[in-house]
Write a protein that binds this ligand. Structure first.
Ligand code: RIB
Length: 309
């Protein structure tokens, strides 16, 4: 893939309602929060923004509602260097919503209303098939209807477009879909849900990767939080450490990693360098709050890497 290689991202768009509080409420408990903000999010949009700000030539396939926030999100995506022509406005539906609690340790939990994201149907994918056919790589997640993810992956395979799947949130996947994936990027929880292997250490990660290779996936990247990632190419595995920073909010850290990683690969960076580039982008993101507000631009990633030596 060349420096001008094209990326298509297909996925969700949400308005994130984020409440920071000391600890997560237990069932029946009310906790008074310290800070509340509405920020643009959604795993698809976050990954598209991460790629756009990192310098990718990118088009985004997604859906917003016919509402004010959907309009503002589309404008912002355009400013983030993203071709939003394939972002559809769905009449009679609201833009997707994520209700997010962030606790004092920077951890989060999330509840979602899909809204317009549910309108990203196989028919919608078919309307934008030329975007997929004309791309060198297609990046997807699992906040869109599964049948649409399958339709897009099938279409990508027919047109030699590389398929990268970030299987988040954790969802059981068919062997039919897995066989169409070139690169998969689960975290530990998602890797366990896909393989049945609990990932506590590098050996577990290697065994989980082997299960995914056996399904037909050439490259497996299991993200391991503060321990970095386990990279396995056709069973040849290594752990690549991340950067140590003080995290205040991990929302969209994985999304930033994915968008930056694919951008680097499209620039033909070797796998190891692409992972380090993505680690740097994610390390910056966790030092900031919110999803898209936390995603760094290319100059920031390059400077961070330079400082690391
Ligand atoms: O990955 C983080 C994202 O998950 C948030 O932006 C939220 O919208 C949910 O989709």
């Amino acid at each position: 893939m060349s420096k001008n290689a094209k990326l298509a991202v297909l996925g969700s768009i949400n308005a994130d309602h984020i409440l920071n509080l000391a600890h997560f409420p237990r069932p029946g408990e009310t906790v008074i929060g310290q800070n509340y903000q509405v920020a643009f999010g959604g795993k698809g949009a976050n990954q598209a923004v991460a790629a756009g700000r990192a310098g990718a030539d990118i088009a985004f396939i997604g859906c917003v509602g016919a509402d004010d926030i959907g309009e503002r999100i589309r404008e912002q995506l355009t400013q983030d260097n993203i071709d939003t022509t394939p972002v559809e406005v769905v009449e009679g539906e609201s833009t997707g919503v994520a209700m997010i609690f962030v606790n004092g340790d920077g951890e989060n939990n999330i509840g979602i209303y899909s809204g317009a994201n549910a309108a990203l149907t196989p028919d919608c994918v078919a309307r934008h098939q030329q975007v997929i056919a004309g791309a060198d790589a297609l990046l997807m997640q699992l906040e869109s209807p599964l049948e649409s993810v399958l339709a897009a992956a099938t279409f990508a395979r027919q047109h030699q477009t590389q398929v990268i799947l970030n299987p988040a949130p954790a969802t059981p996947l068919s062997d039919e879909l897995l066989a169409l994936i070139d690169i998969i990027t689960p975290n530990e929880t998602e890797a366990e849900s896909l393989t049945g292997i609990a990932v506590h250490n590098d050996d577990d990660a290697a065994r989980a990767a082997a299960v995914l290779h056996a399904k037909g996936i050439g490259t497996v990247l299991i993200t391991l939080g503060s321990r970095g990632v386990w990279l396995s190419e056709q069973g040849d595995g290594q752990r690549i450490a991340g950067f140590s920073v003080k995290a205040i909010d991990t929302i969209a850290a994985g999304d930033t990693f994915n968008g930056a990683f694919v951008t680097a690969r499209l620039e033909q960076k070797p796998m190891y360098d692409a992972v380090r580039f993505a680690h740097a982008a994610a390390a910056i993101a966790v030092t900031r709050s919110g999803a898209q507000p936390s995603v760094p631009w290319r100059t920031e990633i390059d400077e961070f890497l330079q400082q690391q030596g």
